[in-house]
Design a protein around this ligand. Sequence first.
Ligand SMILES: [Zn+2]
Ligand SMILES: [Zn+2]
Length: 281
Amino acid sequence: MKVRFWGTRGSLATAGPETVRYGGNTACVELRAEGAPLVVLDAGSGIRALGASLAADVTRIDILLSHLHMDHVQGLGFFAPLFRPGLEIHIWGPPSTTLTLRERLTRYLSPPLFPVALRDLAPDLVLHDVPTDEPFELGSLRVTAALVIHPGPTVGYRITDGRTTLSYLPDHEPALGSRAFPEPAQWTSGLALAAGADLLIHDAQYTEAEYAVRVGWGHSTLEHAVLLAREANVAKLATFHHDPSHDDTTIDALLKAVDRGGLNVFGAREGQDLDLASRLT
Ligand SMILES: [Zn+2]
Ligand SMILES: [Zn+2]
């Protein structure tokens, strides 16, 4: 499987010279595997450039949404493949007990927040509640989704092609309610999704000082991400959902200071390509 980061920022797109290395676009990750449709994880502002780069021979795209916060859906209306005739597009999102996925997406993709309603924008779009009770298949890929700790219905994903495994937990606060995170004998949010993954893409939005005043906001510190990754025995951790107030220099300094405990850790950078079968970052 091959991964490309199109958006790594959390909360709000943050363009400017001081974020040019790690990137300013919000969450969007492309996943390619042989025998599978093109998979797109989240539809943040990074999805616009992904759409513009797509080859003409792509016939099906599956967009897997972790949840519906704006930073994960705001690029949808600007995803040019929605207007390409004959291209099949599916959107998967977490189930809600009150409104369908279409109704929830239409709250943003309709006037006055957006000039066109979702049904007029992309009449052939296929929407699915993502199953959280059993894995499902997208061609050669097996996808497991599970609810994780974050405000509102939110899922994390575990995707495998049988050879390599990716775990995607972009907005996640597994330490919430835990006295000494992680607690090995206790259930830990996201741990089963991450177990043994070749690459874990995980929320690392806050410093410890920022987290101290934002407990319950749904995000992790870099230290929490490292601890969860070590507990899950992953091969590599890509820190993700960079805070808008953290410029490139700040992210470099945080990564340099963290106790990695031997783990391969790097900050996800917009435009970065990774081959999960490769040992290199
Ligand atoms: Zn987010
Ligand atoms: Zn969120």
